[in-house]
Write a protein that binds this ligand. Sequence first.
Ligand code: DLL
Length: 436
Amino acid sequence: MTAGAIWNPERETMPRSEIEQFQLERLQATINRAYRNVQFYRRMFEEHDLVPEDIAGLEDLRKLPFTTKQDLRSAYPYGMFALPLREVVRIHASSGTTGQATVVGYTRNDLDDWTELVARNLVAGGITKDDVVQIFFGYGLFSGGFGLHQGAELIGASVLPVSSADIASQVKVMQDFRTTALVGIPSYALQIAQAMEETGIDPNSLSLRVGIFGGEPWSDRTREEIEQRLMIRATDIYGLAEVGGPGVSGECECRCGLHIAEDHFIAEVIDPDTGELLEPGQEGELVFTTVHKEGMPVLRYRTGDISAVTCEACECGRTFARMAKVRRRADDMVIIHGRNIFPEDIAAVVEQVEGVGPNFRVTVDRADAEDVLEIDVELSSVLPEDTVRSIERLENELSERLQRVMGFDITIRIAEPRSLSSNGVKTPTVIDKRKL
Ligand code: DLL
């Protein structure tokens, strides 16, 4: 693998000792600001008998408790802001699908930082100023559209803000404007690819070259399908509104983990059950501390995302730590009949059955004091003939395979192609009605 371009080599290739010194200086400034200006953090310090000076080294961060989504929700909408609203020039919210949204505010400096971080990821994924970049992330309170847009403009690419338009419009723009780079949610990229196949549009007739996808978990199989069907090279971008939006980390050309922007974020991995800090390489829940955010810094924020972090050198030359692709969330796990089940376990079975997927929705409910698991699975494409028999066959095949893996009966319902996601907007994979 030859090394590709690096947007900000001075930062992205800093030696580790310098990264840590840099982080510490920024962390101390952040802690001072949070302590002075955010009631929640001042109280946190007081309750733990701490003052900002107690954070003298990076390892002292552990003295602080975690910040949770619930803490942010309790401060809705502006309670976690560290500056008055007149300093805040943009507001976004997490696209969380259950409960109260979490709100974040960016100062002008925060927007500049964010733009730079996304530019780094786009360049790492192979996008250049010569690309025509079609963005199909939603533009709105969701940070995806605006975040990627700003980064692509900074690089100097020609940006098409198509947002969450329907598939036919996306394809028409790809054809007419000679799009070279696609940026959006991976499941929507796959749906666009499937629709193109159904309508007989040859990807060779397009100008596509690369794609940067993220905002939701996606498997290697989905990556392969997107790459083969659209004839592009696809890389992953990760982030969450609470920590700064997309740009927290992104893959380089080696695609062996996502480089975390360590000049802006300190990453920790903890055991999601005990909160205990894990060793490098061990899988657990990601926790981030922002070290340069003015509008809304977060200290030890629990993401709910499961990954593992390594500081081992990468062939690309970047020195920033890499996190493994996020495949599941700690809170997407459902316990049913005493078994822990993650959507990715179901995805692995769905992937084996020809004609269905990739989208599915899991519903857990309780009927007559017993837990029941129902799965709606999309058809991959319109069935050519003998619909009733084909659907029955697919239902049986899926329920048999799932029964074998899970060890109990599961109700399967086959849904129309592309009926389980709407125009590239993220939808929940698991609905646990027992919790509602
Ligand atoms: O999804 C920010 C984003 C936009 C990232 C566009 C990348 C591209 P939220 O709406 O706050 O922000 O949702 C954040 O989405 O905690 C993960 O669970 C999930 N997620 C985001 N990117 C990835 C990814 C944006 N590449 C939540 N792989 C996060 C897996 C991802 N999950």
